[in-house]
Each structure stands twice: as C-alpha cells, then as structure tokens.
Write a protein that binds this ligand. Structure first.
Ligand code: NAD
Length: 307
C-alpha cells in the first residue's frame, strides 16, 4: 500500500514514520523543505520518545510529487493555511481512487482539498498526538493521544474501518466517528480559546487561567465560536465548550501552544483558519464575533512583526 504524507513536518513525520512500521506499506514523505528531505533520506526520521531516540529508515522523502506517482492513501499534514497550495502542488499523487485524509487543525481543510480531488475521496479527523520539530529530520513525539477519523458525511464505510485498522497496526490508537465535522469544531473551539491568547500574552496554556482578564477573553472567544457553530448547524460534542476549553488549558498547563511556537520561531500561524474563520463564518450567518476579530488582527500584527 502506497502512502504519501503531504507536509512532513512535526506531525507528518510522526505519522509517516509510524505508518512505515506496518508490513506491506510503502511510505513517502513529501515536503518543500529540501534540507529536511535530505536528512530523512540520509538518516531516516529521528524521533525523540520518552523511552529514547528511535530512527525510522523505512521511508523515502521527496520535494517533487512526480517522483512518487499515484498513492493509495494521502495524509495531509501541512498547516491549514497552506492546504490548497500543497494540494495543487501534489496533484501527481492523487489518482481516481486515492483516499485523502486530513488530521489538521483549523476549519476549511476539507473544502480546500475538494478543490483539487473528488470530494468523495476525502476522509477527515482529529489527532490528540503532539509533536515538535527539532531540526531537519528530527522530531520530538511530545504527547500521545487518540486519532479519530471518519467520513465527512458520517457513514461508517469499509474504507474508514480499513484506514483505522492500518493506523492501529502502526501503534496509533484510533477510533471512528460518525460526527467528524463536529469533532473538528470541538477542537477548533479549544484552539480558538487558547492559541491566540498565548501568542498575545506569551504565556503557557495553564498560565492563562491565572488571570481573570484573560479568562474573560477566552470565555468570550469560545462563546462566539459556539454561537457560530450553532448557526452553521454543527453538532458539538460538549454541552459546555467554554468549560471544555478551560479543562484542556489546565490539562496542557505546561505547553507552549503551537501558535506561540510558530510566532517564536518566526513562522506563519494558522490564525486565519482558527479565530479568523469564526469571524468569516459568523459574517455569513449574521453572528457577530468581535473578540475573535480582535484576536485575529492582533496575532496577524504580532506575526508580521516577528518576520
Ligand atoms: P509543521 O509546520 O511542523 O509541518 C508542516 C510541514 O509542511 C513543514 O515541514 C513544511 O515544510 C511543509 N509544507 C509547507 N508547504 C508545503 C507544500 N506546499 N507541500 C508540501 N509540504 C509543505 O506543522 P505541524 O506542527 O506538523 O502541524 C501540521 C498540522 O497538524 C497543523 O494543522 C497543526 O495545527 C496540526 N496539529 C499539530 C500538532 C502538533 O503537536 N504539532 C498536533 C495536532 C494537530
């Protein structure tokens, strides 16, 4: 089975490396970062785990999709702001039967993918794993969690079950959901509440909860996003998304959010696909989202200054 990971950064390298341990898989990592691709082809993916450092050599990395050809499964792991561009540049790996799976954060990935491949070939989901890029070819597997995937229309198809079984064989605890769109929104609402505020305050997740003025903004941002979700007809998994966002904040108290890490490393954030998308979706449905508007613009300003 030919598997391609499009965007082999922290998460793409993690999933690609683990999938390469399954008998019968041929895993290709496709990335625009030439130094990283070279390092993987030389030394494999080097992964720091709590039990030590492991090297995964059974993967091939390339910068050009044409070297790969059509894949059976493509896992998209670029930042959500780059999904459309990456899909267009990776056209050579998508055949008529290629399943295309997004486990990215943010909203709009499915739509961006569907602008390049048949909507019927798309699977979606979420991941609770955490990974950090340490340098070319090197990642840290920062935390383990569930992978949840499904058909966007909620059907429990054979191909979802086969994909979940493949992930399980790779050591990735995986569940199937009949409401992956709701799950993506659940995760979005957590990111809406935490990420931008960590960038603006430079605080670790847990520290946000030590400041009443910041808690008020977290609550307001998530409430706006929940109202937008309701107006869009989304079935959220949590009755109280504000409480859930705070629970995640507390459970990940020592973490520097990925958005804060992006800014600290001078990289572009996913703000447009997190708080920004709440503003745009809100406009569509007449739901105001002024707190998300302010957070989006402040992060864009900070991001611009960081360059
Ligand atoms: P990352 O920045 O480490 O990796 C993205 C990779 O995509 C980079 O290596 C980059 O060079 C590559 N890329 C950019 N444009 C490309 C293109 N046109 N074609 C091919 N490759 C291209 O990001 P990440 O942390 O791995 O995150 C990926 C997605 O997963 C994001 O949506 C993120 O929110 C989500 N996510 C991340 C984590 C985490 O712990 N890192 C956890 C859960 C979800």
């Amino acid at each position: 089975m030919k598997i391609v990971v499009v965007g082999a950064g922290a998460m793409g390298s993690l999933y690609g490396a683990l999938l390469s341990t399954v008998a019968g898989t041929e895993v290709w990592l496709l990335d625009v970062w030439a130094e990283h691709v070279e390092a993987i082809n030389r030394d494999g993916v080097i992964m720091e785990e709590p039990d030590g450092i492991h090297s995964y050599r059974n993967v091939r990395a390339v910068t050009n999709a044409k070297e790969i050809g059509e894949a059976d499964l493509a896992v998209i792991f670029v930042k959500s702001t780059l999904t459309k561009k990456a899909m267009e540049e990776s056209k050579a790996v998508f055949g008529e039967k290629t399943l295309v799976l997004s486990l990215q954060n943010g909203l709009g990935n499915i739509e961006q993918m569907a602008s390049v491949v048949n909507e019927g070939n798309i699977l979606a989901g979420t991941t609770a794993h955490g990974a950090t890029m340490l340098g070319p070819g090197k990642i840290r597997h920062a935390g383990r969690g569930k992978t949840i995937l499904g058909e966007p229309d909620g059907c429990r198809t054979g191909r979802v079950q086969e994909t979940a079984a493949l992930f399980e064989k790779a050591g990735l605890e995986t569940e199937i959901s009949e409401n992956v769109i709701g799950l993506i929104w659940d995760k979005l609402l957590v990111n809406v509440g935490i990420n931008a505020l960590t960038v603006i305050t430079r605080l670790q997740n847990g520290k946000l909860l030590e400041h009443p003025e910041i808690i008020a903004l977290l609550e307001a941002a998530v409430k706006e996003a929940a109202a937008v979700a309701a107006a869009s007809g989304i079935k959220l998994g949590f009755a109280d998304p504000v409480a859930h966002a705070k629970e995640v904040c507390a459970a990940t108290s020592q973490n520097k959010s990925s958005m804060l890490q992006d800014v600290l490393n001078g990289r572009k954030t996913e703000i447009d696909r997190i708080n920004g998308v709440i503003v745009r979706e809100g406009e569509k449905y007449g739901v105001p989202a002024p707190v998300n508007f302010a957070l989006t613009n402040l992060v864009k300003f900070i991001e611009g200054e960081a360059k």
